[in-house]
Design a protein around this ligand. Structure first.
Ligand code: G6P
Length: 513
């Protein structure tokens, strides 16, 4: 687990940290759904947000406000409310749950956050045909998204009231764009910070949303002292949204608005190096590694992803198919191992995409001429979620494919090179945040260009060993230099400045927020 530096501890000291994220750091696992009360608490593996904030929560004894979305979460919420969340978890996390009704949560998560906001922020709408917005969208916005934001804001306000220290509220991601302004209205001197883990698109693309919604989003976010993004491009786009959508002035990277001043900065997220080293040496990971060797051809191409439309999984398979078509000599000597996770299964677009992926795999594996001399299948396809299994795949690839159309950061692009044992090559989309740091050491591809991606896969498979080694060493240097601790340190330093501006610190010479 990432330890916090002394500087960060000092920077955060005296404040009462409250993390607000849609998901919590732990989840309730019922061994038997008929008897959920005899289940157990397990670490929530899903997504970079949880992994990153878990370290902050544990080190600072923060409160963590999450939204209960399933019956299992409901069990957790009940335990948390009684202060009995379980021996391990209780000592590590102070959980507080918002409990929207199923209808509110559905409007919040399945109608507005995913797909509407997620699709806008990853440029996923097929605009000649979708989306079709209407009164239903307005209703879901009001009764779902706004209502859940109100609930978490109220919880943040009541949680803050239970502690003498001034609150530091740390919002995470696109689920809670409206809540910062609500908290600011109730606690004017709170230190409020928001990190957005996904891209912020060009203001023109935001115009898919009705004006009132996009203004509400920007206005809600400007309740923060600091808004953080993954990349400089996201920062630039957000500042333009403030100017163009709201007509506010931007001076020196800060937005001047009627409620005050909001700083906007890039903090590229990275890995918890200790946690990852543990996964790599875990006996279960070794077992998965051994299983991967069974039937493993000479070369392995790997992808690990949620089955999200932004990840560009289908084009990845088409590119691989084209590579096999162009290079009959490698058929049977290479396999594409794809370990994919089901995600957001109640959203129609995701259901369709998962089916499309499975059809594409069946089609390519069905082409007898692309198989090896002994009938070896071109693609090895597994669905599941298991960080140790994913780590085994990272350790064993010759080429890792990260060809997302857009991605805030994409931690897989960092996890793979960190633990890979074969001097594997990274094929990396220009559209992901990690490209700002790793692009020059990867094989960059335009994610829409399947032939370019096919050539990059082949170039990766055939690259001379010294060149592979040079590139992976550079990537490891980047990832171990800018790790999760660095991400936290940079934000903590800026939080400290914000705390000074809000009068929670003795004034010093460096008040410049
Ligand atoms: C991305 C988002 C996270 C989200 C994760 C998993 O990484 O930035 O906020 O938690 O995807 O998605 P889910 O909808 O399952 O939480």
């Amino acid at each position: 687990m990432q330890r916090l530096s002394d500087a960060t501890r000092d920077a955060l000291s005296g404040l009462h940290p409250i993390i607000v994220a849609n998901r919590g750091p732990v989840a309730w696992q019922a061994p038997d759904s008929a008897h959920p009360e005899i289940g157990s608490i397990v670490e929530n593996e899903g997504g970079g947000v949880v992994v990153a904030m878990r370290a902050v929560a544990q080190a600072t004894n923060a409160h963590w406000i999450a939204t209960a979305s399933t019956p299992a979460d409901g069990v957790m919420a009940g335990l948390a409310a009684r202060g009995s969340i379980g021996p391990d978890a209780a000592s590590q996390f102070n959980m507080v749950f918002a409990q929207p009704t199923p209808a509110q949560y559905n409007d919040f998560y399945n109608v507005i956050a995913n797909p509407l906001l997620w699709f806008i922020q990853h440029y996923l709408w097929d605009v000649p045909h979708e989306p079709n917005l209407g009164d239903d969208t307005e209703r879901a916005w009001r009764d779902g998204y706004t209502a859940v934001n109100r609930q978490v804001a109220d919880l943040a306000i009541s949680t803050a009231a239970g502690d003498k220290r001034p609150p530091l509220v740390m919002f995470q991601d696109y689920h809670y764009y409206l809540a910062p302004k609500m908290v600011r209205a109730a606690i004017p001197n709170a230190v409020i910070q928001h990190f957005i883990h996904i891209p912020w698109p060009d203001p023109g693309y935001w115009e898919i949303l009705p004006r009132s919604m996009r203004q509400g989003i920007v206005d809600g976010l400007l309740g923060n002292d600091i808004v953080g993004f993954q990349t400089n491009r996201d920062v630039r786009n957000f500042l333009r949204s403030c100017e163009e959508t709201m007509g506010y002035r931007v001076v020196d990277g800060k937005v001047i608005h009627p409620g005050g001043v909001t700083a906007v900065n890039a903090y590229p997220i990275s890995l918890d190096l200790d946690a990852f080293a543990k996964f790599a040496s875990d006996p279960m990971t070794q077992q998965h590694l051994a299983a991967l060797q069974v039937g493993r051809p000479e070369k392995l191409i790997v992808r690990v992803d949620r089955m999200d439309l932004s990840k560009n999984i289908v084009r990845g398979f088409i590119a691989y198919e084209r590579m096999l078509e162009a290079h009959p000599e490698i058929r049977g000597h290479v396999q594409f191992y794809s370990f994919l996770q089901r995600t957001r299964t109640d959203v129609a677009q995701y259901q369709g995409y998962m089916q499309r992926i499975e059809r594409e795999v069946a089609r390519i594996n069905g082409r007898a001429e692309l198989r090896g001399p002994n009938g070896e299948l071109p693609i090895r396809f597994e669905v599941g979620q298991d960080i140790r299994k994913a780590t085994a795949a990272y350790m064993d690839y010759d080429v890792l494919v990260v060809n997302a159309v857009r991605d805030g950061m994409n931690l897989i692009a960092k996890e793979g090179p960190l633990v890979n044992r074969r001097n594997g090559v990274l094929v990396l989309s220009e559209g992901v945040g990690a490209h700002e740091e790793l692009g020059e050491f990867a094989l960059s591809v335009n994610p829409f260009n399947v032939d370019e991606t096919a050539r990059a896969m082949f170039a990766g498979l055939t690259m001379p060993p010294l060149e592979r080694q040079r590139r992976v060493t550079e990537m490891q240097r980047v990832v171990t230099t800018n790790h999760l601790g660095t991400w936290i340190d940079k934000q903590a330093a800026d939080i400290n400045l914000a705390a000074k501006v809000r009068g929670h610190r003795r004034p010093g010479p460096d008040i410049s927020l």
